[in-house]
Design a protein. Structure first.
Length: 122
């Protein structure tokens, strides 16, 4: 399966108690040309718990929006760039959809990492 930045995928991921797991949606945030030669990918977890919205590190996806229609998600959701994980590619079982515009995600990631201004020269 060929995955790319901006794809929303379904991944098998352990719950926070580390004793149970479930399949959940996540957004590929790793650069397409990272080329680490490791069979793993960096993801931002997605929740349908809308009480987690309205934070600068999170992006809301409403099903009736363009992003929602293309996302493949079944419920209004929140992409949490403050909840990043690295998973083995073998744990990604399908591509649900994708986000065409990553600008909001990029801004949320900058907030998550405390980067106020991105300077390509440094």
């Amino acid at each position: 399966m060929l995955i790319k930045r901006g794809d929303i995928v379904r991944v098998f991921f352990p719950n926070s108690n580390l004793t149970t797991s479930k399949r959940r949606p996540a957004l590929i945030v790793q650069a397409d040309n990272l080329n680490t030669n490791l069979p793993q990918t960096i993801l931002a977890l997605i929740t349908s718990n809308m009480s987690r919205a309205n934070h600068p590190s999170r992006v809301t996806i409403l099903l009736n929006s363009t992003d929602g229609i293309n996302s493949g998600l079944r419920l209004d959701s929140v992409i949490m760039t403050d909840n990043l994980v690295t998973v083995l590619n073998s744990e990604i079982d399908s591509i649900l959809g994708s986000l065409r515009d990553m600008n909001k995600i990029e801004a949320a990631l900058l907030h998550t990492f405390g980067i106020d201004k991105f300077d390509e020269e440094n």
